[in-house]
Design a protein around this ligand. Structure first.
Ligand code: NAD
Ligand code: MG
Length: 388
């Protein structure tokens, strides 16, 4: 079958690290994808450039103060311009696209993504926080609407790829690999003095600021454990983290016969992005190929959860469930942005998250509204602690 239909993509968070790389993939495959929606919060200069190049049907800037600039600069085009958080949610529900790439960072991605699913749109999910906050609701809605959620996060893409063709074979456990981040092997006496610019330097991946800090604290791996629980319908005990500093094996699945499948590749987010956009097909590309003779050694070690206590907190949230992951996520977002503004130290991020998790009331079976309320309560509590 050589006829291909063009998949219409809505790229939510197009100006971010994932968004920009997704546009490179789309640009290289004009016979497969078109860009229908682009969105950003603040970087409207880049949004405008992207819109002039890709000629989307709609752009949305969530920061309403920037509406006029975008409107003026796109006045001579056919692109419609909307602004505000509400517009972001409404456009997600519109019947103008086939697949949403959810690449907004943080809790802000939840409502647009949920609306896409409710509207029956396929979702390529980069925004892991959406599943951490309300994974049960997201997955249940996707199930009811028969909507596929295809992971973009490299570890989850790896597991997803290992599971293709295994629908009837139960998973014994998954092994999420972690690079260990820029501070692998460091101890608290070192971490206490770490500053933002150092924490932003990741050894293997170049990413947005928030996920870079999460990688340095290992919170990212904790968020990914919770993300994996929902995506692959696993119990907490079935999810193991393994530090693998070379980032070649992107994650592994162990089946009930003890056989282990892993997915490998050079660390390049364009691979999982392109896989999610094109699934179930693979697209030929000319990215650099792996040379095992040059890599020579792959190493593995246990994560140091005594030093990187954010991971221990996330494991606790994974086990307890309810609104605890949502509360943890909110406190983490506040703590990370405070650290990025040099308001608190590296280790203080953990203290803020831990105390917020203890103080916000626990709900075992939250509704969507409960999640929204827990998020707000946790943000306020964490911000008070930091005196923001
Ligand atoms: P980024 O900070 O580079 O980009 C974030 C995007 O979201 C931007 O387009 C920004 O305008 C938009 N945005 C930010 N806040 C917003 C708000 N309040 N409302 C609406 N839009 C908002 O982030 P990123 O590194 O591209 O990461 C995006 C998501 O993908 C995150 O959830 C991250 O965990 C996940 N992810 C990223 C990578 C990576 O390599 N960057 C890898 C795996 C997963
Ligand atoms: Mg990842």
């Amino acid at each position: 079958n050589t006829t291909t239909t063009i998949k219409r993509i809505a790229l939510f968070g197009s100006t971010g690290s994932i968004g920009v790389q997704a546009l490179e993939v789309i640009e290289a495959n004009p016979d497969k994808f078109s860009v229908e929606v682009l969105t950003c919060s603040n970087n409207v200069d880049l949004l405008i450039q992207q819109a002039l190049k890709f000629k989307p049907n709609i752009v949305v800037v969530s920061n309403e103060e920037k509406y006029k600039k975008v409107k003026d600069l796109l006045a001579s085009t056919d692109t419609k311009v909307f602004a505000g958080e509400r517009a972001l949610e409404e456009v997600a529900s519109m019947d103008v696209y086939d697949l949403m790439l959810a690449a907004i960072v943080g809790y802000a991605g939840l409502k647009p993504t949920l609306n896409a699913i409710k509207a029956g749109k396929a979702v390529a999910l980069a925004n892991k926080e959406t599943l951490v906050v309300a994974g049960d609701i997201i997955m249940q809605t996707a199930y009811e609407k028969r909507v596929p959620i295809i992971p973009v996060d490299s570890e989850h893409s790896a597991i997803f790829q290992c599971l293709v063709g295994e629908v009837r074979n139960p998973v014994e456990k998954i092994i999420l690999t972690a690079s260990g981040g820029p501070f692998l092997g460091r101890k608290p006496n070192y971490l206490v003095n770490v500053k933002r610019d150092h924490a932003l330097q990741h050894p293997n991946w170049s990413m947005g600021a928030k996920i870079s800090i999460d990688s340095a604290t290992l919170m990212n791996k904790g968020l990914e454990m919770i993300e994996a629980k929902w995506l692959f319908n696993l119990k907490a005990e079935q999810i193991e983290v393994l530090v693998h500093p070379q980032s070649i094996i992107h994650s592994m699945v162990q089946f009930e016969d003890g056989s282990v499948k892993g997915q490998m590749g050079l660390p390049d987010m364009k691979l999982p992005i392109q896989y999610a956009l094109a699934f179930p097909k693979r697209i030929k590309n000319d990215f650099p190929r792996m040379d095992f003779k040059k890599i020579r050694t792959l190493t593995f070690e246990e994560p140091d959860v005594k030093t990187f206590r954010n991971l221990a907190l996330a494991i606790e949230a994974l086990h307890k469930g309810g609104n605890l992951p949502c509360v943890m996520n909110a406190a983490n977002e506040i703590a990370v942005y405070a650290f990025l503004r040099n308001r608190i130290g590296f280790l203080e991020m953990t203290d803020v998250i831990e105390e917020t998790m203890q103080k916000v009331s626990f709900l075992s079976r939250p509704s969507l509204q409960d999640y929204l309320d827990s998020d707000a309560e946790a943000r306020n509590y964490a911000a008070d602690l930091i005196k923001l």
